[in-house]
Design a protein around this ligand. Structure first.
Ligand SMILES: [Zn+2]
Ligand SMILES: [Zn+2]
Ligand SMILES: [Zn+2]
Ligand SMILES: [Zn+2]
Ligand SMILES: [Zn+2]
Length: 759
């Protein structure tokens, strides 16, 4: 209780000081005016400037008492600090100290400090005003250390302030200015304190505000349906803030009465609120009105079901979508758990149901999609690639599988066929292709054994339903279309996507196994003439994947050597893979429809992001390409100068290399050295290939461990083969395991055997 007494006495002192203060201040103002008049022409000297912020407006209540912005404890503290601060030369305040003036001055001090530190971090020259030369340090870690030290020094004060904030001091209602305050509403700042009556009148209108009751001697979070009556908490009805019509019948609007209807839970970003729906009835003609789904939509709410026992603020959906884009692995349950925590924090109760949330979210998105359709927005068309598309890159990813036993519902996906092709259609196409053309079973093998894609594959009998997704992406990383894989990566899948995209003017068709796919396509086109037009596209082996192929194969197919491809990599699909794979964490447990919808939705938003950044990224690409072209041309010129070659010779060389690449690989092994050499090539390619796909094909440790074991085994074999080779061929440069796996060297047998290469 000594605290209270102290407070009272301080209050009295305050009032006394204040009278003196007013006089002082008037005087200082007079002086200030006089000085201004005296020095009319020259700008006011610096000391006057310091006086300027001392003209302060104080908030007063109805009795003329100063209404303090902060609790007394912190004000007293700041006073102490200020006396220390006042010894600093830059702030030379005259001794007319009043509390509020001091408080603002501390803030000014902080602001000044902040500005100093900003200047320090941006410009060392400006640090002349700083007292601490260390602050101007160009060393980031030093600045960080100083900054954290400052925070540490400040912490006790911040703790005090935080503790003082919890103190329920006696406040006067800031609305009527008369009654003692019983409720604090942080959403009503700058006037957060309310008496019981003002609280009711204000928060009947602002239902969703988060209030705290002060009656218990501490701040107690209050649900919207609780009000303070006679210092006790009482239950009351609060209406959902939806738009209500001005008139519902021919009678005068004054006769309309608003009453509370059925209770609903409203979900906003602050959690769940249990409120009542408003109802209107006319006293004259007994007409009634209750809010329907349409009225909810007009007020930015979305019902969980069409009978709505729960309604969501659309804000929640926007936030969920944005969170999902930022953290694709976020599950719906995790998001709702976060909202549940908000509910508890603000003193309300009740959980949010997860089932209806997702359903409702997709329905909301479906409406947005339809609106976009009406506006003729094409979510899966790249504006930079219309009408001519330079390159499409296609690849499968087996991480986006779905468990068979996860939610076997029969519902139809909302976005069926929008992005992911209809499964039956794909199956029909695959069957047709397999029936019309005699397929060769076996793996698509190039430069080693890997299972990137093959002609046929049996439907796997594992726990997964959809095995993954085959994607088509333009060279700007915009998703174009996709299909579900059920049989591993068979060639018919990219064929389906290629056929689907054939209507757009595509120049290059990029894949990681083009060298095997293209002959397949040629064969298929023979037996299915209607697919002949697909051969008009040019084959393009993606540039990085080409490194793992046989060298000849790289020369012949790699996109890096294709005329007109520019800096296209053909690997654009990988960044989309990385994004969509993170969504797979949640979609693998979803129902078939839910998975389709979620993947389609995320794909649309991904494209939206790409479109938004298109202008910047295109101009950056253009700059980069221009620079790269210039430097490459310069390199060529200098090399031509050094080696004394003419343009003509150069062209001959290029065509020679091309010829060599086109020639069918001579697989007949003439001697042991050749056999060893080709064995080494195959092993190296296989190891590289496996390492590349280590994280792409498997998302479990088990699978990766299996792959690593294979890599280890192959490396063991490779070591022994390389040793054998080095023994047999002692005159050439000895091979070393590290250099051949790094892939920067050309094979010695290529250098010696193919004359055209060395010359
Ligand atoms: Zn009041
Ligand atoms: Zn409020
Ligand atoms: Zn009426
Ligand atoms: Zn594009
Ligand atoms: Zn190849």
């Amino acid at each position: 209780m000594t605290d209270l007494k102290l407070q009272e006495q301080l209050m009295v002192l305050d009032n006394l000081v204040e009278h003196q203060e007013l006089k002082d201040e008037l005087q200082s103002l007079d002086e200030f005016l006089g000085e201004l008049q005296a020095a009319a022409a020259p700008p006011p000297p610096p000391p006057v400037k310091a006086v300027k912020p001392r003209v302060l407006w104080r908030k007063r209540d109805i009795d003329g008492n100063i209404v303090h912005a902060r609790p007394r404890s912190s004000r007293i503290q700041s006073k102490k600090n200020d006396h220390i601060r006042n010894t600093d030369p830059p702030i030379s305040a005259p001794e007319t100290g009043c509390e509020v003036a001091f408080a603002t001055e501390t803030f000014e001090g902080f602001l000044q400090d902040l500005q100093h530190s900003l200047i320090d971090s941006s410009d060392d020259e400006a640090s002349s005003t700083s007292k601490d030369p260390l602050l101007a340090s160009s060393d980031w870690s030093m600045r960080q250390r100083l900054s954290s030290e400052k925070w540490r020094a400040e912490r006790p004060r911040l703790v005090n302030i935080a503790a003082a904030q919890e103190n329920v001091a006696r406040h006067i209602c800031q609305q009527c200015g008369g009654n003692p305050a019983v409720v604090r509403c942080s959403d009503c700042r700058p006037r957060p304190f309310f008496c019981a009556e003002c609280d009711i009148s204000m928060h009947t209108r602002h239902v969703l505000h988060n209030r705290d009751a002060m009656t218990a001697g501490f701040y107690q979070p209050l649900p919207p349906t609780m009000v303070v009556v006679d210092k006790a908490l009482c239950h009351c009805e609060r209406l959902v803030p939806v738009e209500i019509p001005d008139r519902i019948c021919g009678c005068s609007p004054e006769l309309l009465r608003v009453s509370s209807g059925k209770t609903v839970s409203v979900i906003t970003m602050n959690g769940r609120y249990d409120l009542s729906m408003p109802e209107l009835n006319c006293e004259a003609c007994q007409a009634t009105w209750a809010a329907g789904v349409v009225d909810l939509n007009q007020s930015d709410y979305w019902p969980a079901t069409l009978h709505f026992a729960t309604i969501y603020a659309t804000d929640v959906f926007y936030s969920f979508e944005e969170m999902k884009m930022a953290a694709p692995g976020l599950s719906c349950q995790a998001f709702l758990r976060m909202l549940d925590q908000q509910t508890v924090r603000f003193g309300r109760t009740g959980k949010i149901s997860a089932d209806s949330f997702q359903r409702s979210f997709f329905e909301w998105e479906a409406v947005r999609y339809e609106i976009d359709n009406i506006c003729k927005e094409e979510p899966f068309m790249c504006p930079a690639c219309t009408p001519d598309m330079l390159a499409v890159s296609v690849d499968g990813n087996r991480k986006r599988y779905r468990f068979k036993n996860a939610a076997r519902s029969e519902e139809q996906a909302i976005f069926e066929g929008v992005f992911i092709a209809n499964d039956e259609e794909v199956t029909r196409f695959v069957d047709y292709i397999h029936n019309t053309s005699k397929h060769v079973s076996g793996r698509g093998v190039c430069g080693g054994e890997w299972s990137a894609a093959r002609e046929t594959s049996q439907r796997s009998a594992s726990k997964v339903d959809e095995e993954g997704l085959e994607l088509a992406v333009c060279r700007h990383g915009v998703l174009l279309c996709a299909l579900n894989m059920y049989r591993g990566e068979i060639f018919a899948y990219p064929l389906y996507l290629q056929r689907k995209l054939a209507s757009r003017q595509i120049t290059f068709f990029c894949m990681d196994v083009t060298c095997k796919y293209w002959p397949y396509l040629q064969r298929i086109a023979n037996s299915c003439p209607e697919l002949q037009h697909l051969l008009k596209m040019k084959p393009f082996l993606s540039v990085f994947h080409a490194k793992a192929h046989e060298f000849k194969c790289e020369v012949k197919w790699s996109g890096a050597y294709q005329d007109g491809a520019g800096l296209t990599l053909g690997e654009e699909v990988e960044q989309c893979n990385a994004f969509l794979s993170r969504i797979a964490v949640t979609t693998k447990h979803m129902s078939k429809a839910g998975r389709t919808d979620m993947l389609t939705l995320m794909a649309m938003r991904w494209n939206q992001q790409k479109f938004n950044n298109l202008a910047i990224s295109l101009s950056q690409r253009y700059q980069k390409a221009t620079k790269a072209l210039q430097s490459q041309l310069q390199n060529l010129e200098t090399m031509k100068g050094e080696l004394a070659v003419t343009e003509r010779q150069l062209e001959d060389w290029v065509s020679d290399v091309k010829e060599w690449g086109d020639a069918t690989t001579t697989t007949t092994t003439k001697n042991e050295v050749d056999a060893l050499a080709s064995r080494i090539e195959v092993l190296v390619a296989s190891i590289k290939r496996r390492s590349q796909r280590l994280y792409k094909d498997t998302d479990g440790n088990k699978g990766r461990a299996r792959m690593r074991r294979k890599i280890r085994e192959e490396k063991g074999i490779l070591t022994s083969v390389v040793e054998k080779y080095n023994k047999i061929v002692p005159n050439t440069e000895t091979l070393c395991l590290e250099t051949i796996l790094s892939g920067d060297t050309a094979w010695p047998w290529q250098l010696t055997r193919s004359g055209t290469y060395l010359q």
